[in-house]
Write a protein that binds this ligand. Structure first.
Ligand code: MG
Length: 385
């Protein structure tokens, strides 16, 4: 029996994780849950999974929970402190890091420092702090298993391989809602268009990131640190069916691929049970029904964000931190209808042209680049609006 905690339990990944755990209740026991503002859903999760310790972002939401009548005793905490207390709790074996954005960084680092097995769904952690997390994991013996479908795919392809034989790693991208659109059509796309993802059901931020393809850019940077690869070993292919999640090209010419249904429960379950596997309550993958698996190069004119991400990947140091920060602010502005779709790239590109790269090797440095870049991006947006 393994004790697990889910940081970000009310989000898309968090809810799918609880679905997985519910069916594997003979193997996993939920000890901790941390959520943002959705106190009502967290209350229902507490009733169902009976964790010992929970945390919410705001004190007022924690007070709402304290006023509820839970049959078993549960400690209710709040804020960053609360999340981190869960991340380092000595009774917990596995931390599912599923808080979106850079706000998930501190608790991911805490879990790694405390030697937990980390099922990593928060991609920003590796994007902004890859080298630091790598170093901390080496020191503490923490094992990081990716949850993101593409990285889970790479992880599975590499599981039995010697890394020196790996030539190239290719992440696939569905192409998002605009794969068939022209650049002109994309320019003034609405939030509804951008949120209408053809393959995956995800949170709003990552869905917009998929529409711009920044998501794939961030995933390239994440892969560099998760698998200790060089930037030139990483590539992207558009694969509209989203069945092949990753391809690993070996130096003898073999290409190993990981295929599965488009359902996040598969990589989530793998991360939890690794190195073992369990039955999943899904119909088997029937390739005779899917018939065609297509692959296309990324149209960089249409998706220039991928070039920006690659630049940051090559530059390293503070560049990915700035990229991620500018993107968070720009996507928020788009979701608040303050800018149009094509502005997202324009804003981030302007900020990145201005960015003076500097060395970041601890959490404070990273957070300060993040803060400064966000401020700069907000100022730029204000001047323009
Ligand atoms: Mg992904």
């Amino acid at each position: 029996m393994k004790n697990i905690a889910i940081l970000g339990s009310t989000g898309s990944i968090g809810r799918s994780t609880l679905d997985v755990v519910d069916l594997l209740s003979n193997r996993f026991n939920v000890i901790g849950l941390a959520a943002g503002r959705n106190s009502e859903l967290l209350a229902r999760q507490i009733k169902q999974f009976k964790p010992e310790i929970v945390s919410l972002e705001k004190e007022s939401d924690a007070d709402f929970l304290k006023a509820q009548d839970f049959s078993d005793s549960v400690r209710i905490l709040c804020g960053q402190e609360g999340t981190e207390e869960i991340a380092r709790n000595k009774d917990i074996d596995i931390i599912v890091a599923a808080i979106t954005g850079i706000s998930g960084l501190r608790s991911t680092i805490t879990a790694v420092k405390y030697g937990k097995k980390v099922a990593l769904a928060n991609k920003e952690s590796m994007v902004v702090a890859g080298p630091l997390i790598q170093k901390l994991a080496e020191e503490s013996g923490s094992q990081i298993i990716p949850v993101d479908s593409e990285h889970s795919g790479v992880f599975q392809c590499l599981a039995k391989e010697d890394k020196k034989n790996v030539k190239r790693v290719i992440l696939t991208a569905s192409g998002g809602p605009f794969f068939q659109s022209t650049k002109e059509e994309m320019k003034n796309s609405t939030i509804e268009d951008a949120l209408n993802h053809p393959r995956w059901e995800m949170g709003e931020k990552v869905t917009i990131d998929s529409a711009t393809m920044m998501n794939k850019g961030l995933e390239l940077i994440e892969a560099r640190w998760l698998f200790d690869l060089q930037p030139e070993q990483l590539d992207v292919l558009i694969h509209p069916q989203s069945i092949v999640h990753a391809l690993v090209e070996m130096r003898d010419g073999s290409v190993i691929a990981q295929l599965s249904q488009t359902d996040m429960k598969i990589p989530i379950q793998y991360a939890l049970t690794y190195p073992e596997r369990e039955e999943a309550p899904l119909p088997p993958l029937d390739l005779s029904k899917i018939r065609a698996l297509e692959f296309y190069e990324v149209d960089k004119e249409k998706f220039p964000m991928i070039l920006l991400a690659r630049e940051a990947l090559n530059e390293g140091d503070s560049a990915p931190v700035a990229l991620n920060a500018a993107n968070e602010v720009a996507v928020k502005a788009f979701l608040e209808k303050k800018i149009v779709f094509s502005d997202i790239f324009f804003v981030i590109n302007t900020i990145m042209r201005d960015h003076k790269k500097n060395h970041v090797d601890n959490l404070d440095d990273i957070l300060s680049v993040d803060r400064e870049t966000k401020l700069q991006t907000r100022n730029f947006l204000e001047q323009r609006l």
